[in-house]
Design a protein around this ligand. Sequence first.
Ligand code: URA
Length: 470
Amino acid sequence: MHVIAIDDEFDAWRAAALDALAQKLTPESVDWRTSEVEPALFNDSAPSANGGDAPQLRVSRELASLLKDAAHFRDVRRWNFLYRVLWRWAQGDRSVASAADEDGARLYKMAKAVRRAQHDMIAYVRFRQRDASLGAPEYVAWYEPDHDVLAWGAAHFAARMGRSTWLIATPDGAAMFDGERLQLERRRALASEHATDVPDAAEALWMTYYRSIFNPARLNESALEQHMPVRFWKGLPEGALIPKLVSDARGGARRVAQAPSVGALGGKAVQVDAHEAQPERDAPTSLDTCRRCDLWRNATQAVHGAGPSDARIMLLGEQPGDQEDLKGEPFVGPAGQLLQDAMQRAGLPREHVYLTNAVKHFKWEPRGKRRLHKTPAQQEVEACSYWLEQELHDVGAKVIVTLGATALTALLGRRATLSAHVGRVVPFRDKLIVATYHPSYALRQNDEAAREKTVAAIVAALELASSLKP
Ligand code: URA
């Protein structure tokens, strides 16, 4: 019997399996063992141990992908099994890649379970924000994946969470992102060291929200458990609420129809004039639970304006972008960086202005793995004008710099065109509007000279706004 010891990961197994095939070692003559992984960093894309002369074997794309996925299936015998599959293929037995074959069926099942675990990880990881005084990581999550999908899930979050620093701890190791680099650590101790019993202010908000949208009259327990399997509840903040909400529903709340808090929410959106649609200023509603249009459905959160409430100048953008949506702050992505540079050139410190958007939820459409900005519809701008009106009222700004066409029309109405207003000062109630381009317009310009011209126009508008004394 040949004992082959490998690190417990696909690349190590693949290299060793190709060696074993080259030596014509039958599956029955090989015992695959995984070495205890040292508490050391390992790289997700570790190079093959064999260097440049590794034996080669051509497998179909489908089989390669099945093997790669099934390699993350939690079963100590999986390397033996995968070698048997590879051996049969190498012997010319193509039926091994078919779901009609016993080994093939098992391979498909394993790969499917792993893909499911990947999906679950994206759906059920909940980050908690740590107290800023504790330093990095800013967010931590505890998660118990069904299979070995930590590296895959971590890469997903690294691509989605901007430069935030975070850690995902699991029973078998952890993934850490320092804003630039992703590190994976297989070390059991680390998981418990970072067990994420971390208080998070946003979590209380989320729990309140979850409680308020839970409608006992419409509870379908099997659908609930199908969409949010019970085994994940302990990692979810709302998991602690569900048993009580379900038992209340069983105990009569279902018959009494809606929970009072659900009844208090606005009903289905109907098309009405935006001004008629405004609830009273004191209406029990908040931006975080706003349902005035449908944009909340696909956004992570509403992005509030930011800055001093006695700011003299307000900068009004269109809507949060991808990074703003994740971070919950306006102008923190690439357009925000350009705006920041323009403000610096204009001698206008960010701390002196109030930054906000005409629309408070990110509107986007999927393009591959990316969320592409989509311009909000006039109706959505009008629905959101409720919140802008509150800001105009609460923030004493006397000068408003509108960035782009959406911001301008949000104040002056849809007939106002940017080309007719750019660089100009327009009276608006007891305030003055200075209209200019949106920073993303500059970012989209490939021609360096044209881009600089746009940036110069934004800088000039900011200088003009600073010089105005309404
Ligand atoms: N673009 C905007 O209009 N606002 C933001 O907050 C970010 C990008």
